[in-house]
Design a protein around this ligand. Structure first.
Ligand code: PMP
Length: 360
């Protein structure tokens, strides 16, 4: 896929990165090549952490490839999808020149990573209409073609807006920006969505990269395991730009256990519960006079507009419930984002908001 590698910074195309002790294919029973300790730490009961880890733990990589239905060569494990976002921006954007397109209101890390790389950020706002917030993909395509953009970030389901983008539209955008920019589809909340993953488009459109994470539906946010799924040659470039040992062994072990058939079956049940609780929470919110608008959501959260978002936020806090205040985000001056919790937690949200009505 030489066309795709043309999107990588020229100075990094043949960059070999750090050659760690673990990356050499040497054989032996006594490993004295990495200045590790000869003994495990007394607290390391299973003695799994004495030596540096495999940079891409093989068993986890294989389990993740199975989970997401891709080849192992198409997948890079990072410290959350946050790291994947950072790697993509660093590997593709020349500082001060190559831009990143984002669709606000949206997850903030795309712009943060761009800023750290001194890559200009171009905003193509979501449009608020009858179907909720929708990405203006014609405007995104036009902007990608006429600007120095190297990366387009789409969030689907979108955080915090809640909407997901139909695959046909993603494919069409990828076609329109081919040779110009990489289309990154962030599917952090993909498990909660009705729509299939954009990985199913990658065979036809290699300029699509997909981000997935174990932080949300799989309940492993603290393990910091996320992936980027993309063309194998691009994955190889990203791997060379990554820190030498990005996946700590205790995290890899926990993640692998979290992908066992039993754990996956439980995750699936919980996703189903969150989806039904999402509908219940949306219906309850929509029935409150205090709530001006409830957005459709394909994620594990609900975005709502309030007549007085400050007092709603305060009332929830007084009831011990912390939600995300979105009022500083563009177009969301009166909005809060509420993560869908357990049925009991959602009841608490609903009754705290009902109390405002009663007090008013
Ligand atoms: N993408 C989106 C849309 C998110 O909301 C988040 C976390 N809030 C992330 C990526 C990062 O997730 P992680 O680094 O935990 O994989």
């Amino acid at each position: 896929m030489s066309g795709l590698l043309d999107l990588v910074r020229e100075d990094l195309r043949d960059f070999t990165g750090y050659k760690s002790a673990r990356s050499e294919s040497l054989q032996g029973g006594v490993w004295l090549n990495a200045n590790e300790s000869a003994w495990a730490n007394p607290a390391d009961a299973k003695a799994t952490s004495r030596r540096y880890p495999d940079p891409q733990p093989a068993a986890l990589r294989s389990a993740l490839a199975g989970l997401y239905g891709c080849e192992e060569s198409q997948l890079l494990i990072g410290r959350g999808s946050d790291e994947a976002i950072d790697l993509l921006v660093r590997a593709l954007c020349n500082p001060g020149r190559d831009a990143v397109i984002v669709t606000p209101p949206v997850f903030g890390m795309y712009a943060v990573c761009a800023r750290l790389q001194d890559a200009p950020v171009i905003e193509v706002p979501l449009r608020d209409g009858a179907d909720g917030f929708v990405a203006d993909l014609d405007a995104v395509a036009a902007m990608a073609v006429e600007s120095n953009a190297k990366l387009v970030f789409l969030c689907s389901p979108s955080n915090p807006a809640g909407s997901a983008i139909p695959l046909a539209e993603i494919e069409r955008l990828a076609e329109r920006i081919e040779g110009k920019a990489l289309l990154v589809v962030d599917e952090a909340y993909g498990e909660f969505s009705d729509l299939p993953s954009a990985t199913t488009l990658q065979a036809r459109q290699p300029n699509i990269a997909v981000l997935r994470t174990l932080s949300k539906a799989h309940a492993l946010a603290a393990a910091r395991i996320g992936v980027v799924i993309a063309d194998a040659a691009l994955i190889e470039v990203l791997r060379r730009c990554q820190a030498p040992y990005p996946v700590p062994t205790p995290c890899a072990e926990l993640a692998l256990a979290g992908l066992s058939p039993e754990a996956l079956a439980e995750t699936e049940k919980r996703v189903a519960l969150i989806r039904s609780e999402r509908a219940r929470l949306q219906a309850a919110l929509a029935g409150l006079p205090e709530v001006r608008h409830v957005y459709p959501s394909q994620g594990n959260y609900v975005l709502a507009r309030f007549r007085d978002a400050e007092s709603a936020f305060r009332s929830l806090l007084a009831a011990g419930v912390v939600v995300r205040d979105q009022r500083a985000a563009p177009q969301l001056g009166d909005a809060l984002r509420i993560t869908v919790g357990s049925p009991e937690q959602n009841d608490r949200v609903i009754s705290a908001l009902r109390r405002i009505e009663a007090a008013a």
